[in-house]
Design a protein around this ligand. Structure first.
Ligand code: ATP
Ligand code: MG
Length: 746
């Protein structure tokens, strides 16, 4: 049969078919959400294979996640009726790693090289900073690594960093560190994620014969989510496509949400320049969502400037308006959404068609709690469930040990977390004695510290830890358990451990710890809380197929669900303050695109939630509805703010927004058991302030500094670790000290 009559082409509209059949030469499909871009790409791949135009090994297909790659494999298998072997189908990282493994020697690596984690990267950079004799407070490893990674995102190996480039960062020293870092990785036979692409580019440059081989091999190149490619990825694609020039990229500038990781929407514009004669195809029919959902999303994204602009229409039946529901607080928000889901279930919806998309990881907790109470199966996609997260397990171990003095497992988990110099030898010793004398390990620990069994250093460290635990246990009777938890996390050095950790995950972990303390406030006692957690964990064991999905907005790109809940649309949470602080208007626009991505995931129903107040350390703070709510077209929205939605404002209520400073103690009248606990320090959930180590005093006013985004400037005032800086180009801005480097001339 002729491939042109193939059944898979039948289901496409004319434009889509055009995009599938335009096989010769470069093609750019630029179209809004739900217009079938991914479907075009999948069909194109199937078409190339069934028409015998290329073997699977001759097609390079790039997806945004491994999950998407697997889905595409399955879909194509179904389309062409047999499984396909020998794919080059995966993420940029996976594909580049595959090339690098077979060419490792060309960049001085062995084929079995390791890919290092973020933690390792930071440790390496830190070591190098220290080896250079630089003050690690003024040279935070995260900032240095950030600059190096941005160079890598832009395809710049150390020898490619130009003078002009260098003038943009604080100091030539960073380049030295970059050189040293790359050298060190090579010595370790390792590379980081950015290197995968970067080494590929080096190979393409230095071994033209190899490049040519790949150029010949890949007759067809297909790229999904093109708007989120960075420069290095772009250069990689461009190099590989030079052979046959059959490259097809699909994307949507309105869904570019990885600018913070170096993605450049400008790649869309470059495409037409670098591939002259490229066919640009626009798809305008949306097959996913109802008109109300589509209009709401389009109305919102229209507030962004500098868009390429596009028309979207749908002939799906009208459907329901986008619902906006206001809740009293986060707990009520979770309750409302739980109720909605039960109603949907009664009406025959399947849970797998329902998703909850959050802006920040800590938001999942209230939903998880509620779903367990209601017996609604759920899964958290892209990360562990709340109580299974490493930092939460650690914190729980502290609490368990305080609650139950003989809890040996809890003891072992945290006795040396953070590090207290208690090594494996000491633990082994404790273990042996415990077994021999049928005692619990903590009991042995308590006894052993008044003996000479241990080396003096270990004895001292263990003694001081056991003292702390005893003291906390004593406090438990007179201290509210939520406050106790906060004290334990702070005094044990556990909070500080994450504050000092500069990995990308650390801020999220600190937010989770705060959420844990908040959760404790809902319980009568530490005991009832720990019981609850055991139940929750037990519940997690069973894994039925039909589950609600909970995930971040970033993780939801490309996916679709019948019903989508979008909770937490409040100022201070969404748009996320971190994005605004760091990137100003650009950051706001990226947040708005994220909101657009969120709404357009819904097929039939989108429900947006916002809470009128959030409780932070037993204090209530008002939160304003997100500005994005006001930007949704009225006619597509059904607002259902609940009666009594505006919480009573205790006098002297300080902050207007969720991210503000709480000011004086305003214990909420409904504290969990009538007790309110005192303020040990001004509590704030200003995300940045608490997540970064304090570096106040490091930059006295008048200091010349450099900021990654705003360039050079002079410190005007310092308030804690917030600096007000007059930037040469960007004007006066408030920034976090942790993002600033001392300015030294390159
Ligand atoms: P996003 O921008 O969110 O990634 P997309 O443009 O990739 O969206 P797809 O996921 O490919 O869109 O398609 C959206 C939905 O529309 C899918 O369920 C897909 O199967 C369906 N669809 C696409 N084209 C057609 C068509 N011609 N007829 C019927 N359904 C279609
Ligand atoms: Mg898609």
């Amino acid at each position: 049969i002729s491939a042109l009559n193939a059944p898979y082409l039948g289901g496409l509209n004319d434009r889509q078919r055009e995009a599938v059949l335009a096989l010769d030469g470069p093609v750019l499909v630029l179209a809004g959400a739900g217009t079938g871009k991914t479907r075009v790409l999948t069909t194109r791949l199937a078409h190339i294979l069934t028409s015998g135009l290329a073997w699977p090994s001759q097609i390079l297909a790039v997806t945004f996640t491994n999950k998407a790659a697997n889905e595409m494999k399955e879909r194509i298998g179904r389309l062409i009726g047999r499984p396909v072997e020998g794919w080059w189908l995966g993420t940029f990282h996976a594909l580049a790693a595959r090339i690098l493994r077979s060419q490792a020697e060309l960049v001085g690596l062995k084929p079995n090289f390791t890919i290092v984690s973020t933690d390792d990267q930071l440790r390496l950079v830190k070591q190098l900073i220290e080896a250079e004799g630089l003050d690690s407070q003024r040279w935070p490893s995260r900032v240095v690594l950030g600059i190096i990674e941005r160079w890598k995102d832009r395809g710049l190996a150390p020898d490619k960093v130009s003078r002009a480039e260098l003038a943009e960062v604080a100091s030539g020293r960073i380049l030295d560190l970059y050189h040293a870092y790359q050298q060190r990785l090579l010595t370790l036979n390792a590379c980081d994620f950015g290197d995968l692409l970067l080494h590929n580019l080096t190979i393409f440059r230095t071994a033209p014969d190899q490049l040519e081989r790949y150029q010949q091999q890949f007759r067809y190149i297909l790229v999904d989510e093109y708007q989120d490619t960075n420069v290095a990825q772009y250069l990689w694609l461009r190099a590989l496509a030079q052979g046959h020039k059959n490259i097809c990229c699909v994307g949507d500038d309105d869904q570019s949400v990885y600018g913070w990781r170096g993605a450049e929407v400008e790649n869309i514009l470059k495409f037409e320049k670098d591939f002259p004669g490229a066919k640009v195809i626009r798809l305008e029919q949306n097959y996913r969502s109802t008109p109300h959902i589509l209009a709401a999303a389009s109305g919102l994204i229209a507030h962004n400037e500098g868009r390429l602009g596009k028309t979207l229409w749908t002939d799906v039946p009208e459907g329901e308006k986008v619902r906006v529901i206001g809740a009293w607080d986060g707990t009520e928000e979770a309750r409302q959404i739980g109720d909605e889901i039960e109603t949907l279930q009664r009406r025959g919806s399947e849970l797998k068609d329902i998703a909850i998309l959050v802006r920040a990881g800590f938001q999942t907790r209230e939903f998880e709690e509620r779903f367990i109470t209601l017996g609604i199966p759920y899964r958290v996609i892209g990360g562990p469930r709340f109580y299974e997260r490493q930092e939460i397990r650690d914190a729980l171990a502290y609490l368990r040990l305080i609650h139950q003095a003989d809890d040996g497992l809890a003891f072992e988990r945290i006795v040396n977390t953070p590090r207290r110099g208690l090594g494996d030898t000491t633990l082994k010793q404790l273990n042996e004695i415990a077994r021999a004398q049928s005692l619990s390990i903590p009991e042995v620990a308590r006894q052993i510290v008044s003996t000479d069994e241990l080396k003096p250093a270990a004895r001292r460290a263990l003694g001081s830890f056991m003292n702390d635990v005893a003291r906390w246990r004593q406090m438990a009777s007179a201290t509210h358990h939520a406050e106790l938890a906060q004290i334990v996390l702070d005094e044990s050095g556990y909070t500080a451990m994450w504050q000092q950790d500069k990995s990308i995950e650390a801020p999220g972990r600190l937010e989770n710890l705060k959420e844990l303390v908040r959760a404790l406030e809902d319980f009568e006692s530490l005991e009832s809380f720990l019981d609850h957690v055991s139940l929750v964990m037990e519940n997690a064991e069973s894994g039925p197929r039909d589950q609600v999905s909970i995930m971040t907005l970033h993780g939801a790109k490309g996916l679709e669900f019948d019903t989508v809940f979008l909770p937490g649309w409040e100022e201070g949470l969404f748009p996320h303050p971190r994005a605004l602080d760091e990137n100003g208007i650009k950051g706001l626009e990226e947040e708005r695109r994220l909101a657009y991505v969120g709404i357009t995931r819904a097929r039939k129903l989108a429900i947006i939630g916002h809470a009128g107040s959030r409780r932070i350390h037993n204090q209530w703070q008002n939160s304003l509805p997100s500005r994005f709510l006001a930007e949704l077209p009225k006619e597509n929205i059904d607002r259902q703010d609940h009666v009594g939605f505006t919480p009573p404002k205790p006098s002297g209520f300080g902050a207007q927004t969720w991210g503000g400073n709480a000011g004086g103690g305003n214990a909420h009248p409904w504290t969990s058991n009538g007790r309110s606990f005192s303020q040990r320090k001004p509590q704030t959930i200003d995300v940045e302030a608490e997540l970064l180590p304090s570096s106040s005093g490091v930059y006295p006013s008048g200091t010349r500094v450099f900021h990654q985004k705003f360039g050079y400037g002079k410190v005007l005032t310092a308030d804690g670790d917030k600096l007000e800086i007059a930037f040469d180009k960007a004007g006066v801005k408030k920034v976090m000290a942790g993002f600033v480097l001392p300015a030294e001339k390159a």
